[in-house]
Design a protein around this ligand. Structure first.
Ligand code: SAM
Length: 347
């Protein structure tokens, strides 16, 4: 069934749906954007840090390999959530060729729902020189080996519900106007006491975005790390203090669009509430090793030095390109500040 018809049939059945249900149908139903599309790249909808420069994956690679040398040094799981084009993992494994013990101990798991991207990842990564390599649609790894779990721009894909406050709290909901053949937003007053309580912490902001599925997913990985020991490394668009306006964003071919455009054929993301993720990690008794913006993390781990090394002996054009990529990853007006890095561990 076409996604538009699927959404209309759900609305007819229930009278209305919330924004989260709308996103779920657009992105994760059988023909959804994150099931059957290749969203990443200059000729597609958006570009991510690993695609901008090899330096990004190299810095993360060195960081994770150092962690393994210091705290694991044995057979382990290396797990990427949402590997996209596979570039980050490819860069990490290339860096790891300096440490044969690391590669010989690596059981690599790629957690991916998207069939088009799984094929792309298999073409690219199947020959990697690791001990074991496996793809999984869900995070259901059933061994107790110590683990390194990492993700970039994964948690911003989860559906969110949107709420706003005008003396009382309301939720944005979606209906379908049959005569005009259009979707439209309406609002519904929140009466549910439990939900009202969870919205209280957003009173100062007057708006809120809540993702139960994101929280539950993060929680399940925390529980896994608590049991297996290891590190959970997350980079994403996000905030610690809610920014007082909705962050939901839709992108098609690198341009901003409306939620009701290009159904199942555009990127829909919302900034990640890192305050909530930190609370989940604390609840699971993981240690918060660090929380910073992308700029501070990358520079603290030697990005500037790596950039200068790559620029060495290059002509002006190549050197300028490396400089621009570096700027894009670290400048506060680009990806340096809006992206956050949360590192939690259990040793
Ligand atoms: C925005 S892309 C980022 C890709 C890659 N990490 C990068 O930085 O280039 C999100 C990735 O997560 C995958 N994805 C999104 N939600 C997922 C889920 N619930 N389970 C598994 N994979 C998911 C997408 O198919 C895609 O590969």
């Amino acid at each position: 069934m076409k996604i538009k018809d699927l959404i209309i049939s759900q609305i007819k059945k229930k009278g209305q749906i919330d924004v989260g249900e709308f996103i779920e149908l657009c992105q994760f139903s059988d023909n959804g954007y994150y099931i059957n599309n290749n969203p990443i790249g200059q000729n597609n909808d958006f570009i991510t840090s690993p695609e901008i420069s090899q330096m990004f994956g190299e810095i993360i690679g060195v960081f994770l390999i150092n962690f393994w040398e210091k705290h694991i040094q044995r057979d382990f799981n290396l797990i990427e959530l949402g590997p996209g084009a596979g570039t980050l993992t490819e860069d990490i494994i290339r860096v790891a060729t300096i440490n044969k013990d690391f590669l010989n101990s690596t059981n690599l798991f790629l957690i991916e729902k998207n069939q088009v991207l799984i094929k792309k990842q298999k073409d690219r990564l199947s020959n990697l020189n690791v001990k074991n390599l496996k793809w999984c649609k869900n995070f259901d790894i059933k061994n107790d080996k110590p683990s390194i779990v990492y993700s970039n721009e994964f948690f911003d894909c989860f559906p969110i519900r949107q709420f706003f406050r005008k003396q009382k709290w309301y939720e944005k909901i979606i209906k379908y106007n049959n005569s005009k053949k259009l979707f439209n937003f309406e609002s519904e007053e929140i009466k549910n006491e439990k939900l009202l309580q969870s919205l209280e912490k957003f009173n100062y902001a007057g708006v809120a975005e809540i993702s139960k599925t994101r929280k539950n997913y993060y929680d399940s990985v925390c529980k896994f790390i608590k049991n297996n020991k290891g590190i959970f490394f997350t980079i994403d668009y996000g905030y610690k203090t809610f920014p007082k306006n909705f962050s939901l964003q839709t992108i098609h071919r690198h341009k901003k669009t409306h939620l009701f455009d290009n159904l199942g054929n555009q990127d829909i993301t919302a900034h990640v509430n890192f305050d909530e993720l930190i609370k989940v990690a604390n609840y699971n008794k993981l240690t918060i090793e660090s929380f910073s913006n992308q700029k501070d993390f990358l520079l603290g781990c030697g990005l500037k030095e790596r950039k200068e090394q790559l620029q060495n002996n290059q002509d002006e054009i190549v050197s300028k390109k490396i400089e621009l990529d570096y700027e894009r990853l670290t400048s506060k007006s680009q990806m340096g500040d809006i992206f956050k890095v949360l590192i939690t561990t259990c040793l």
